[in-house]
Design a protein around this ligand. Structure first.
Ligand code: ADP
Ligand code: MG
Length: 680
């Protein structure tokens, strides 16, 4: 058999069934996996002079042993190896705990190099590792993520072995032009420097080279997918009635903002084109995304096509149905609502009408595209708050055998680095302008001890017939505790405000019908205060609410706080958001301050990403962001931008391949594909 970089690790000597298993646990199956199992940091192994070392510093000392190693045992299992070395005329005692096997390497007169932790008072080195002295000019050592089953040194030795036997077979798949332009190390050199660093400059360059490749290949794939969608004839080409759309806009009680107009145009252009639309609309809370959706629904309807409008919760679906009915009051568009709480009889009727084409738009949760729901002519799917839907839903659509245009809407501004990574194959429209006349929401941060003063403020708002939201603390680990919390908080508010104030309670564990009942009573101002968990977070629209109170606000992400705050300020009255928090660390204080200082969702989302990191902000698996080996979306965002520009440039130069053959594309742009690529 010919040797390839895809050979299983078992070809290496010293790798039996057990070790294969241990390596597999680290995600290492092939030689390629092993060679690209990169270290996450490096240990500095430069030899230091005694007087330069600080207490507790980890250092390498070099000297001549002036005694043999002596092992003494204490307790049943513990032992200590001790010897002394002369480092440039300073005598240092070295001790190794529980490594008696090192004894045979230590004899008086022998030159030694020891890595360990310095104890400045006792002039003693607590040895961690014995290094080889001769012919080793390495001054830093790679440190790997590993498990209990396989030691650092074993891993490094296997990598050495693999490198020795396979480095000739490592192929650089990156086009030469790119290697030159970005001064990248060729793949083989990259791998070598990552594992066996010669100096800091090379290590840095190797890291850059790895990260660039990771981003580049990923962006290339996204670009490719986008091109496929754009050019395919799979989507539908809507021949909609422009006059009807214009008429629709004149029936609205307001004029669209310039941003809304721009986005409507972008959407309409997609609807008209034969390729499948894949567009994400980002617009801050209250920027008016619903009317853009309505325009798309109407456009589809004028060509006899249906729309499915999905929302993440029933509350939200219900609200969308109501807004659409209101907007379409003077237009002939039939909108139906289908949720888990729709009665069987009504549901059967809706499903029948849908199949006959008598319903133009069906609003509901994502069940709309899953369970035996049959359409007459579905050609548009709109999802609100799409980050709650995953890649799987997109797949479900395709598997249903339909290729509708897809419009995603989100009020969670997504930082650019995430947006071009997670949604790189989509087009993005941004509504970056608020409708005129909106009052800013004043945000204040208070400590819990000021609760009573807050209550008098609440009473003032209530006296103006305004309504109030109260959000209970988020306890991620436990839904039961969430429930206890919100129930207790409800009681607290009810007793603080008195019996004449109606305080409602809303949480995720309530049966849908009950939730709906609470929401509709709040909507009608029959409930004055609503104590809720974050189920209220997305989209809910009760313009008469002017005060949002968030308990333990430091437990929420910035983006989430912003979302919650967006529930108020939806009417013409001045609105407030009160964050109650006693943050422990500096970071918590900083977070509270940022939220009080800006109402720009994009600024907040960038900060959120910076402070929390990408993994926390978005569930990776959910979003479709790949887990890069060492690239970090936040720290390496500048490399991401460069790699993306190159990927797009190359993509634009290539032709479109009807047969969807990625290999041809790679050939055309000069990725050498005759051999097995690394890091594809
Ligand atoms: P979101 O983007 O948060 O979904 P909505 O679509 O719910 O925002 O719109 C929020 C409110 O703003 C709604 O009451 C809507 O009627 C109103 N609205 C939307 N566009 C405009 C506009 N151009 N001028 C004034 N009000 C608008
Ligand atoms: Mg909305």
């Amino acid at each position: 058999m010919t040797k390839t970089i895809q050979d299983p690790v078992s070809v290496l000597s010293g790798v039996g069934a057990k070790r294969v298993e241990a390596l597999n646990e680290l995600g290492i199956v092939t030689i390629e996996d092993l060679l690209t199992h990169y270290p996450f940091r490096y240990e500095d192994l430069t030899v230091k002079a005694i007087d330069e070392i600080e207490d507790n510093e980890k250092v390498v000392l070099e000297g001549v042993a002036i005694s043999d190693g002596v092992v003494s045992h204490f307790g049943r299992k513990r032992n200590r190896l001790t010897f002394r070395i002369n480092c440039d005329h300073v005598i240092v005692t070295v001790t190794f705990f529980n490594q008696p096997f090192l004894q045979k390497q230590i004899q008086a007169g022998k030159e030694l190099k020891v890595f360990g932790k310095w104890d400045i008072n006792r002039k003693q080195l607590n040895g961690m590792k014995l290094l080889s002295v001769s012919g080793d000019n390495q001054n830093s050592e790679a440190i790997y993520h590993t498990t209990k089953k396989i030691r650092q040194s074993t891993l490094l030795n296997l990598i050495k072995q693999a490198w020795g036997a396979y480095h000739d077979l490592i192929v650089d798949t990156l086009p030469d032009a790119l290697l030159n332009e970005y001064n990248l190390l060729p793949m083989a050199d990259t791998i070598y420097q990552m594992h066996f660093p010669e100096n800091e400059e090379f290590t840095e360059k190797a890291r850059y080279s790895v990260i660039f490749r990771e981003f580049f290949y990923y962006q290339l794939k996204l670009g490719w997918r986008k091109k496929q969608l754009k050019n395919s004839q799979l989507g539908s080409s809507l021949d909609y009635d422009v006059m009807k759309l214009k008429e629709f806009f004149t029936t609205l009680p307001y004029e669209l903002t310039d941003a809304q107009k721009r986005v409507v145009n972008e959407v309409c252009k997609d609807l008209k084109s034969p390729g499948q639309m894949f567009r994400l609309i980002q617009g801050d809370v209250g920027s008016g995304k619903t009317v853009v959706a309505a325009a798309a629904i109407l456009a589809a309807k004028t060509d006899g096509k249906q729309t499915a409008f999905m929302a993440p919760t029933e509350i939200l679906a219900t609200q969308h149905k109501e807004s659409l009915d209101e907007m379409f009051e003077q237009m002939d568009v039939t909108v139906a609502l289908l949720t888990g709480s729709t009665k069987k009889k009504e549901k059967d009727q809706i499903l029948m009408d849908l199949e006959k084409g008598e319903i133009d738009c069906i609003v509901g949760t994502h069940a709309l595209i899953q369970e035996g729901v049959n359409y007459h002519s579905l050609s548009l799917v709109i999802t609100d708050e799409q980050h709650r839907f995953g890649v799987n839903q997109r797949k479900a659509l395709r598997e249903k055998g339909v290729n509708p245009d897809v419009l995603f809407m989100t009020a969670t501004p997504i930082p650019r680095t995430l947006s071009i990574t997670a949604f790189g194959e989509m087009d993005v429209s941004i509504i970056d302008e608020m409708p005129k006349g909106r009052k800013a929401i004043s945000t204040y941060w208070i400590r819990p001890k000021h609760f009573e003063r807050l209550m008098s403020f609440v009473k003032k708002e209530l006296a103006k017939k305004h309504q109030v939201y109260v959000i209970s603390p988020l306890i991620e680990e436990s839904e039961t505790m969430d429930l206890e919390n919100v129930t207790e908080l409800h009681a607290t508010y009810q007793s603080a405000l008195g019996p004449h104030v109606k305080v409602g309670l809303l949480h995720g564990k309530m049966p849908p019908a009950e939730k709906e009942d609470v929401m509709s009573r709040f909507q009608d101002n029959k409930l004055h205060v609503l104590v809720s968990t974050t189920v209220i977070e997305v989209g809910v629209n009760v313009p008469n609410s002017t005060l949002m109170i968030i308990h333990d606000a430091d437990r929420f992400g910035l983006a989430q706080l912003h979302q919650l705050r967006g529930r108020v300020g939806r009417g013409s009255e001045e609105s407030f958001c009160i964050l109650i928090a006693d943050p422990k660390g500096e970071k918590g204080v900083e977070r509270m301050k940022i939220v009080t200082e800006t109402t720009d969702g994009f600024v907040l989302s960038e900060k959120d990403l910076e402070m929390r990191g990408a993994g926390d902000m978005f569930g990776f698996k959910q979003s479709g962001i790949p887990e890069f080996k060492i690239a970090d979306l936040v720290e390496d965002s500048d490399i991401l931008e460069e790699a993306r520009v190159q990927a797009i440039l190359l993509m634009n130069k290539t032709q479109f391949y009807e047969d969807n053959d990625y290999t041809k594309l790679r050939q055309e742009i000069g990725i050498k594909i005759d051999q097995q690529p690394i890091l594809d």
